[in-house]
Design a protein around this ligand. Sequence first.
Ligand code: THU
Length: 138
Amino acid sequence: MDNKKLIRKALEAKKMAYVPYSGFHVGAAVEMEDGTVFTGCNIEIVSYSPTICAERTAIFKAVSEGHKKIRKVAVVGDSHHTYPCGVCRQVIREFGKDARILIANTEDDFLEYGLDELLPHSFGPEELLPDSEEENNV
Ligand code: THU
């Protein structure tokens, strides 16, 4: 999918953010290998640790519906450029070693990275499953 369209989906998802504690809204859209797109928002829980980021909401929706290979991720937050947290970078690594990451403000204002730039020297599935196809390692 075209970058602008994926960012628009992330912006839509951001509207659903449930953020009563931080007030910081985040939306994400992930495009999977076959072109299917899943979206997610951050969801905060009063005891804090169960809180989930937008990226992981979207990725877990995808994986739970049988889509395990990420092609591209778009992220939008309330800051000008909201970068994925370390936990989300590792989750992207699990399903998208070669994923492209769009850190967006608007559909015309975004930065693009490879996951390897955001999570260099990463630890990935192939370390524990050396014979696997990495992101399809089930
Ligand atoms: N958050 C995300 O959803 N994604 C990120 O990439 C960074 C942080 C959320 C978690 C929490 O709900 C809020 O932003 C403030 O940390």
